[in-house]
Design a protein around this ligand. Sequence first.
Ligand code: ASP
Length: 580
Amino acid sequence: MKRTALIGHLNTEHENQIVTLQGWVNRRRDLGGLIFLELRDRSGIIQVQVEPESAAFAEADQLRAEYVAEIEGQFQLRPESQRKGGLADYEVIASRVKVLNTAKTPPFELDKGESVAEDIRLKYRYLDLRRPEMQRALMLRSRAVAAITEFLDTEGFIQVETPMLTKSTPEGARDFLVPSRLNPGEFYALPQSPQLFKQLLMIAGYDRYYQLARCFRDEDLRADRQPDFTQLDMEMSFVEQDDVLEVQERLMAHVFKKVLNVELPLPFPRISYFDAMDRYGSDKPDLRFDSAFVDVTELFRGGEFKAFASAQAVKVLVAPELSRKQIDELERVAKQNGAGGLAWLKRDGEGFSGGISKFVGSVAAQLLEQTGVPQGATLLFAAGEWKKAVTALGAVRLALRDLFDLTTGGPQFHISWVMDFPQLEYDEDRAAWTYMHHPFTAPHPEDVALFGTERQGEIRAQAYDLVLNGFEVGGGSIRIHSPEVQTRMFAAIGFTEEQAREKFGFFMDALEYGTPPHGGIAWGFDRLIMVMSGAASIREVIAFPKNNRGADLMALAPSPVEAPQLAELGVATLPAVERA
Ligand code: ASP
């Protein structure tokens, strides 16, 4: 069973030669006594013609969609009028056909894949994965891995695997737990990230580490999240923030060049967390287009429009001309994202009409000047507590992007760093301070003194996120390497010495044995590949993903287990009603 070549590798050199191909029947058509087959393998599709008088005809006649076949025949140019470029310029005139295997009728037509219900695609994932779109995505993913490995190996990074069955690593999600049979009543946690282990590797002197690490987070799923996912995890010793960023930029540029032949301009622009929120209403702003907010807080302060007069922040977004229906739709988006409503105005001559126009008479001229709103265009306002107002208007900005294709004409890929995150965040629900990134992130040295004071909310973290087209594709930080600062950080988030020891005692011990300054980052690898391949969901770039209820519809996981297996693990399940 020798193939001449993968289908996609056939080229002019094979012209008029006898080739042997193996693959799946993509389609069969019978026309004028001839059989036309499309034969597919992972590299391409080629048309095969079987003539009625050919010795191959009887065997070819048995072929149906998705049968596995071996075809021998002459590889030749199609008649000029039928050429469509590339491989579609050619066909194979079969001289021998062998059915290698039969197939049941597929439950969906593979070339209608995109329009087939996702549940069906996931149930029959092995068929879905036969589709060229899926194969392209997974091959792109594989090329990205190769490019990453090549770059990091050259730069002196060492690949180390860290455990899957381990102790909890706090990254802000719930843990997946695994009961221990040998230690009844005790549980491993699956890693939310290899964070502590990579820091231990720095303490152990490995200097530069990387790993394509499977991570597990039990959280509600969205189009860009999966319960088990892949990080490109990296850590470096004896570095400051700029050193990490510089290597990351070159790595990302290398990957884009190798995989997509796209040149990313370096260095990546940097924006502070505050500016990102203040101007775009997001800590992962899509900067392929601008549409930054204009701050008009002072303009309305104490004025006649009471709703704005005492607001902490009044932000305005300049939008194209909008219909009432569109404004209603955008207001719905604003409300879903925490705003009370969405005030608006339409530029009308030298003033405004509609919406809140009767309240802005006295500031109309200044509003025109500050926003530069063109004739007929719309102003959309959010007002109130700063974070709430900007977040809601940020969601409206993205809705406008989708409504008006605002990214057209911009760069295909825009990558930036979001920097200077707050070290701590106040969690209203728990009425307690918590970490914003993770508890091992180092604060800016000048801000350390603020720990434990009323101003600890102002501490800036040495943390950075990589943002690509509005997706967070990476996040990292310089780490705390001083045991004393680590203790202060734990105290700031309300961990007593005992709680900290119970959770991370091994790590706190290790910190005291000569920890080098270090820092790193992890990329959300699936999400990066999703954006690079233009896919709408992370599930399109993962071979065997879960659906949005966390289920593997093909393998039927999760699933109940037999009582004896649970007993062996010392685990009993509660009836649904008793679960918290
Ligand atoms: N462990 C972090 C995360 O999973 C990444 C990092 O700080 O390197 O987000």
